[in-house]
Design a protein around this ligand. Sequence first.
Ligand code: PEP
Ligand code: MG
Length: 572
Amino acid sequence: MSNKYSGIGASNGIALAKVYILKEEPIVINDSPVKDIDSEINIINESIVKAKKDLFDLKNIALEKLGEEKAAIFEAHASILEDPEMANEFVSLIKEKNCSASKSISQVAEKYIALFKGMEDAYFQERAADIKDVTERLLRYVLNLPVLDLATISEEVIIVAEDLTPSQTAQLNPLFVKGFACNVGGRTSHAAIMARSLEIPAVLGLKNILTNVKLNDLIAINGSNGEVEVNPKDKKVWEDLANKFKQEQEELKKMKEQPTITKDGYDKFILEANIGSPKDVASVLDNGGEGIGLFRSEFLYMDNDHFPTEEEQFQAYKEVVEKMNGKLVVIRTLDIGGDKKLSYFKFPEEMNPFLGYRAIRFTLDRKDIFKDQIRALLRASAYGHIGIMFPMIATVDEFLAAKNFTLDCKKELEKEGHKVGSDLEIGMMVEIPAAAVNAENFAKYADFFSIGTNDLIQYTMAADRMSENVSYLYQPFNPSILKLLKMTIDGGHKHNRWVGMCGEMAGEPDAIPLLMGLGLDAYSMSATSILKARSIMSKLTLNETQSLAKKALECENTSQVLELVNQLMQNK
Ligand code: PEP
Ligand code: MG
């Protein structure tokens, strides 16, 4: 049987390591009455000790890797298990009602969860999630089910999973996690974006990899072309590939101190990075990034147990801006909804969440939540050069509503004596076809555009970016997409606005010559793609990219466009 699989290369690099199967077994409570009461009580006591040890270990790991705030969460979880009252309730149920250990825990948990959920105060309501988390861990020990803590992985592994949630990826330590291979997802899914920001290879959309690996298997993945081999026949082939990739990376490092300049001396293109957290800034600087073209602020919200306060956000934005030392930092306001969920907020059920109540549609409706973020951004703008960017703008009215709200907050802050940066820019994502087509009008009001091709392609092709079944329609080189890019760039330039791109297309080597020819000003990509982009630009003249773009716009389909790019790049 073949042990080779083919998926979507979602984050470059080669890795070979032991499989770590990330698969949570379902918890099944034992409802039958028990006879051996002492044994059930023992099971509970032993499980409490094990779960407590985990939580203290996690606390220490979090202290090192994630900061005091995250560590405090694990400490609070451990303290729930130290509460004698709860332990007494487990024991009473076993003794008085002959409940099994698992039944007693689930009953007590349900009681406390309902109690906290029913409280007025939001702080206490959020504690319900803590009780659920802790008691589930306890139940896994009681039922002898594996307890998976990604943060505690301490040997080299490749994670194999159905999918990885943003909070799971946030726990990964790239020192040990060498890559991941998932059944679902594509180049623009969040697991892919996180893999690139952690600088580890990933292959997604493998459909059935999870059922084809077992504990102690070895797995090799190629994040550039999507190839995967379980228990490789010839390990040396993979080791050679990994070495070759490493050498190429070393070679590219030489571009780090070089300016971004075309072969014929044009030096106005800017290469920037996309980040999801202040922790990512180090890699941006290490890879020669000239700015941050997209800070996905939603990660501050998703990797949290409450809406981050104005002060918490201010500190995060200020840290990024200060570290970037005067270089432009574009921070996108909350882009939540669709596939991006919050554990502490329930979005209304909708048939098509990607077309629904999300991003700017949500924040314009919930000004209370929006205000904390806008105030934090404006305050941070006093410490460097910030661009505030609104996601999912479809109409000029939406943009003006968001911009005017920002200007009102600015007035309010100045009245309170706060400073706001004098070079603040207010711009928007162009990721809905309606905005691309109407770019010229938006450009009257927006200081800049940043094209979000991940969504622009999804909405133009009517193809869910999360679905591997229709991933063939993710076609950045389709002439219909190129035409929308041209409209956006020309529309922005008509009013002297700079136009950038922060979708994945900006970092694709084959796309760069076309984008140069179309006149794109700023290219924002995962930090690890920057040096390659700089090297490509240095080999091209403006003239040749412009004639490439002109011809590409006349093509009928993707393959014709790619053929033109290949012809140009062949001898570079
Ligand atoms: C995009 O849509 O291209 C984009 C950059 O935003 P996200 O991938 O976060 O939706
Ligand atoms: Mg988007």
